[in-house]
Design a protein around this ligand. Structure first.
Ligand SMILES: *Cc1c(COP(=O)(O)O)cnc(C)c1O
Length: 372
C-alpha cells in the first residue's frame, strides 16, 4: 500500500535480524539466509543490507524478479532463485544479473544454456524428495548429469531439496527418508563427475537434524525470530531468536457500553456486563484478517485487550474495561510492543495460520526501520 502516511505501522528491528542470523550461524556452518517474499514481509533490500553488512555472501530469494531487485540494490554476492526461471525474460535475466537459479526441468537447463552466451552460468539442481512440488526425481541423477553434459554453458554447483516435515517430531521417519533420497541424488551427480555442494535444511532441519546439515543450509523463519519447533517436544532445540517485527496502530475512540449492547457488524458480540470499549484503527484492509474476529488480543498501555465482535475493514473493537486510562491517540500493539506483547505464534493461532503468513501479510503495510 502506498499512501503519504498511515496510522497502521510496521516496525522492523534490523539489529534483531542480525542477532538472529548470528544465533543461527552458531549452530550451522554455512547458512544461506532465505529472504524470499520480501524477506517474509520484513523488506528484501533492508534485510539483505543488514545481512550483507554481517558478511553474508550468499542469499536466497523466490522469483528471478526478486533476485534482479536484490542485484540492482548493489549486493555483489551469490543470489539464488528458489523458483528458478519461469517467464521468458527470466532466462536472460539470470545471465545478465548473475543469478543462480534452482532448475528442475530439462527445459530449464536447455534454455539457460542457450541464454548464457559466452558465460558459464552456475545452477542448482533441485530434487523432489517428498514435497511433490518441484524437482527432479533423485533416482534420475544420472539423467540430469547427461542433460547437463549437453548444456556446456550451464554448470551445476549445488544440489538442493526441501523438507516437508522437519519441524514435526511425529514425521521424523518421513524427514529421514527424504534426507536419504536426497543423498542418493547427490551421490548420483557426484559419481557422474559433478562436484556439487549439498543443501537441504530449512530452519526446522537445521535445529532438528544437525546430521543433515550437509554443505550449506537455508534458514528463513528463524532469522525473523520464530521457532518452528515451538509447541513440540523439540522446542528447546532452536537457537534463541527474537521477533523483529512490531505492528501497532492507534486507539481512535473509547466509550462505555451497558450490558447487552452489541458491538460491530452482525451483532456477534453482546456485552456480558457494563464495559469499556476502545476502537483500534486496524482491520482487514491492513491484512489484519477478519478471521481474527472475536478471538484475538492487542496490547494497550501494557495490558491485554480482547477483540469484541467482528474485525471491520479499518476498525476493530477491543475490551479495555480492566486497563486504566486508555484514551484516543494511544498506541495499541497488534504484534509485540513489550514483554506482554502478542507473539507471532499467538496471533497465528487466532488467525488459523502460521507465523510465516502473519509476517508476510502484515509486512505488506508501510514499514519503518530501526538498527541495522
Ligand atoms: C522458504 C524456504 C526455506 C526456508 O524455510 P524456513 O522454514 O523459513 O527456515 C528454505 N528452502 C526453501 C526451498 C524455501 O522455499
Amino acid at each position: 500500500m502506498s499512501i503519504t502516511y498511515n496510522i497502521f505501522k510496521v516496525r522492523i528491528d534490523l539489529d534483531r535480524i542480525r542477532r538472529n542470523f548470528a544465533a543461527v550461524k552458531e549452530r550451522c556452518a554455512n547458512p544461506i539466509p532465505v529472504i524470499k517474499a520480501d524477506a517474509y514481509g520484513h523488506g528484501l533490500i533492508p534485510v539483505a543490507g543488514v545481512l550483507a553488512g554481517a558478511g553474508v555472501g550468499r542469499m536466497a530469494v523466490g522469483t528471478v524478479g526478486e533476485a534482479v531487485d536484490l542485484r540492482k540494490s548493489g549486493f555483489g554476492g551469490t543470489i539464488i532463485s528458489l523458483l528458478g526461471p519461469q517467464l521468458d525474460q527470466d532466462y536472460p535475466a539470470c545471465v545478465e544479473y548473475d543469478i543462480t537459479p534452482f532448475t528442475f526441468t530439462a527445459d530449464h537447463l536447455r534454455r539457460l544454456n542457450a541464454a548464457a552466451g559466452a558465460k558459464i552460468l552456475p545452477v542448482i539442481v533441485k530434487f523432489d524428495t517428498g514435497m511433490s512440488r518441484l524437482g527432479f526425481a533423485p533416482d534420475q541423477a544420472e539423467r540430469v548429469a547427461s542433460l547437463l553434459a549437453d548444456c556446456p554453458r550451464v554448470k551445476a554447483v549445488m544440489a538442493a531439496s526441501h523438507f516437508a516435515t522437519a519441524d514435526d517430531p511425529a514425521e521424523e521417519a518421513y524427514a529421514r527418508a527424504q534426507a536419504e533420497a536426497f543423498m542418493r541424488g547427490v551421490r548420483g551427480l557426484r559419481e557422474a563427475g559433478l562436484p556439487v555442494e549439498a543443501c537441504m535444511a530449512n530452519t526446522g532441519g537445521i535445529f532438528a537434524y544437525p546430521e543433515y546439515h550437509f554443505d550449506a543450509q537455508r534458514p528463513g523463519i528463524s532469522l525473523y525470530g520464530c521457532n518452528p519447533l515451538k509447541g513440540t517436544a523439540w522446542e528447546g532445540k532452536c537457537a534463541p531468536v527474537s521477533q523483529a517485527m512490531t505492528v501497532s496502530t492507534r486507539i481512535v475512540s473509547v466509550h462505555d457500553i451497558a450490558a447487552g449492547t452489541s458491538v460491530s457488524y452482525g451483532r456477534t458480540f453482546k456485552a456480558p456486563r457494563d464495559m469499556r470499549i476502545a476502537i483500534a484503527a486496524c482491520g482487514y484492509a491492513d491484512n489484519y484478517s477478519r478471521g481474527i474476529s472475536g478471538k484475538g488480543e492487542m496490547l494497550v498501555r501494557g495490558g491485554r485487550a480482547k477483540i469484541c465482535g467482528r474485525v471491520c475493514m479499518q476498525l476493530t473493537a477491543v475490551d479495555v474495561s480492566d486497563i486504566q486510562n486508555v484514551s484516543p491517540g494511544d498506541e495499541v500493539f497488534i504484534l509485540g510492543g513489550g514483554p506482554n506483547g502478542v507473539t507471532p505464534d499467538e496471533l497465528a493461532a487466532w488467525w488459523g495460520t502460521i507465523p510465516y503468513e502473519v509476517f508476510c501479510l502484515l509486512g505488506q503495510n508501510p514499514r519503518e526501520y530501526y538498527g541495522g
